[in-house]
Write a protein of this length. Structure first.
Length: 255
């Protein structure tokens, strides 16, 4: 039953993508994907209409639901599935417009997962967060993730744009598959979007994001270095989408 439900949702989601042809942006990596999707969508939405995956909607059911813009309702599993099935069909039949951008979270642990997500939606742009040291502390996990993401990258169209964390050596190794289409962010010298002057405050963090001689000071109310990296990735994406970077700066400072 679950497999039939997955096929049904996938079929309807692909109809939506084929009909409206939004630009598909996938957020990938081992950690901080949901946080990145939410923060990037919030920063970009004042300038461009954008649909985004709800938290952890990142696999064979969650991705189609994100495309269809549906969140489950109902007290029991049968009620939820019945509601989703009807609402999904109604979306396909009734939608007249759709956002120009859809920001999807891709959850992948094995090559089969990579194959599954790509069978639903093929991204135009991929943002990679990191391959966390906690996950890669065991050799078998490291090999598994490298195999999964190399499999994923090899199956992307050649014109896919990669936005990747240059401070993660595992991602840098994988980025070799797209040597001419990589936008890097981070603290390393190879970063096109360079993080610097990172410091904690009583209220959160301060840091700067620079590119091409232009510097964007940022003050945020969240703690954790990953928030700075997400902001840098958002700037790289916004530049690629030709958005106003001063407005992106204000959105991060005001949230």
């Amino acid at each position: 039953m679950k497999f039939i439900f997955q096929i049904y949702l996938k079929f309807l989601a692909k109809i939506i993508l084929k009909k409206f042809k939004p630009r598909i942006i996938a957020v990938c990596g081992s950690t901080n994907k949901s946080t990145a999707v939410a923060a990037i969508a919030r920063a970009l939405s004042p300038q461009i209409e954008i649909a985004a995956s709800p938290k952890n909607y990142n696999a064979e059911i969650g991705i189609p639901l994100s495309v269809l813009r549906i969140q489950p309702e109902g007290a029991t599993k049968i009620e939820r599935w019945s509601s989703i099935a009807w609402r999904a069909l109604r979306q396909v039949l009734s939608l007249k417009t759709y956002p120009k951008i859809i920001l999807l979270e891709f959850g992948m642990h094995t090559p089969k997962d990579a194959e599954t997500v790509l069978s639903i939606a093929t991204p135009d742009i991929c943002i990679f967060t990191n391959l966390a040291p906690s996950i890669l502390s065991h050799t078998d996990k490291s090999d598994q993730y490298n195999k999964t993401f190399s499999y994923f990258l090899r199956r992307l169209p050649k014109d896919t744009i990669l936005i990747t964390n240059s401070d993660d050596p595992h991602l840098e190794e994988l980025a070799q598959f797209f040597p001419d289409k990589v936008l890097r962010y981070g603290q390393s010298a190879s970063s096109g979007w360079k993080l610097s002057e990172i410091s904690d405050t009583d209220a959160g963090q301060e840091f700067s994001i620079g590119c091409g001689g232009e510097i964007f000071p940022i003050k945020i109310k969240e703690f954790g270095l990953h928030h700075a990296y997400i902001a840098a990735a958002a700037f790289a994406l916004s530049s690629e989408l030709k958005l106003d970077l001063k407005k992106i700066q204000r959105e991060f400072c005001n949230k």
